[in-house]
Design a protein around this ligand. Structure first.
Ligand SMILES: [Zn+2]
Length: 386
């Protein structure tokens, strides 16, 4: 275990290394942000967005969540950043006292709005509310995020599908570097809000390396690994993650974007923050076989849903009430938060490799069910599965 080492960045952020795994690349850290300390590795749930996800700020607080995500696209469209600024930013508007990370808005735009067009200026799209043409430039994205007052802001990047190949991937990578510089210049609150760069380059190791070389020359307080987790082979995915973490500065936090259940694998490849907006697991209770099952979703889970409700109850609720989705969301978030806390504990206690082995045994009842990408990813950081 490493001794307590404090590293500071030239920003309202400090990363303090609590422990380092001697076998893998995993580290347990405390990330000091303007709205309190975030214990990492951490999973960041989505706190606000336009689509129905059904969890209140109160409930997030109850799950001891230290940082959550706000969607710039949804908030910027409605109710609009001016109104939120008047409410003392998103913290005041939501009445959330812990940390907030906001995305740039670009990803939602490209994935949700059919008629979006990317030029050097920014992302042009038609508002789904009133059909007006809107330009989301790097400056505009930062201006909205400055109004929202988030603790971590994401740069606007040029997003292409993770399965895309060819010259468009290279163009998007270079444009993302140029847009990063425009975002840095546009940030009105560098003393209060941390701007994170997003590493792009698709599944091409050379492009990713170029992006890493360029972006790490910029004085930004943290980095995200972007452009992954969009349907590419898991084998490509983890290799790009590990390539990225090998080249990122040790003293700065890393955020792996858009990753859900595989996040535990990525911890050992050295990522601090992860998030995922849509979960598919545990919708299982919809299935008929659970209609008479009086167990909780997970007998080992301490979340309000599992402490109170059976699978049979949730199954019945599904038929008539959106509250079922709400209960399941609470369980999903509690599960991820608890899992990451256990991961951190195991790193601190010097038994992270054993923890991973145990976790895999629990997830996959027999050895031949281990996905080969997970076996290879683990082997790359010296963990052999038995
Ligand atoms: Zn639960």
């Amino acid at each position: 275990m490493a001794s307590l080492k404090a590293l500071s960045a030239a920003a309202p952020l400090t990363l303090r290394i609590v422990a380092e795994c001697t076998v893998t690349k995993a580290r347990a850290c405390d990330l000091l942000l303007p709205h309190g300390t975030v214990s990492t590795p951490v999973f960041m749930p989505v706190g606000t967005q336009g689509t129905l996800k059904g969890i209140t700020v109160d409930q997030l607080e109850g799950l001891a969540c230290q940082i959550c995500l706000g969607n710039t696209y949804h908030l910027g469209m409605r109710p609009g950043s001016d109104l939120i600024e008047k409410a003392n930013g998103l913290h005041g508007f939501m009445n959330w006292k812990k940390n907030l990370l906001t995305d740039s808005g670009g990803f939602q735009m490209v994935s949700l709005v059919e008629l979006s067009e990317v030029t050097e200026e920014g992302v042009k799209f038609k508002s789904p509310y009133d059909g007006k043409e809107i330009l989301l430039s790097p400056e505009k994205s930062i201006s909205i995020q400055n109004s929202l007052g988030s603790d971590i802001m994401m740069q606007l990047d040029d997003v292409v599908s993770s399965t895309m190949t060819g010259p468009r991937v290279e163009e998007a990578m270079h444009r993302s570097i140029r847009w990063l510089d425009r975002c840095i210049a546009a940030n009105k609150n560098p003393d209060k809000q941390n701007l994170f760069a997003i590493i792009q380059g698709g599944l091409n190791a050379d492009l990713r390396k170029t992006c890493l070389d360029e972006m790490t020359q910029r004085d930004v307080p943290g980095f995200a690994i972007g452009g992954l987790s969009g349907g590419e082979e898991k084998d490509d995915f983890w290799r790009m993650v590990t390539l990225s973490t090998d080249h990122l500065p040790r003293e700065k936090p890393r955020y792996l974007m858009g990753v859900g259940y595989v996040c535990i694998i990525c911890v050992m490849l050295h990522c601090h923050l992860t998030s995922k907006t849509n979960f598919k697991n545990y919708i299982l209770v919809k299935h008929k076989q659970y209609a008479k099952d009086f167990q909780p979703i997970d007998p080992d889970c301490q979340c309000p849903t599992c402490k109170r409700h059976s699978r049979a109850y949730l199954h019945a609720l599904f038929k008539s009430d959106t509250a079922a989705m709400h209960h399941i969301t609470i369980h999903n978030i509690a599960y991820q938060l608890t899992l990451m806390r256990s991961v951190k504990q195991s790193i601190v206690e010097g038994r992270f490799p054993e923890f991973i082995q145990m976790f895999m045994r629990r997830m996959f009842p027999s050895r031949d069910q281990y996905p080969s990408w997970a076996v290879d990813a683990l082997a790359s950081v010296n963990i052999t599965l038995e």
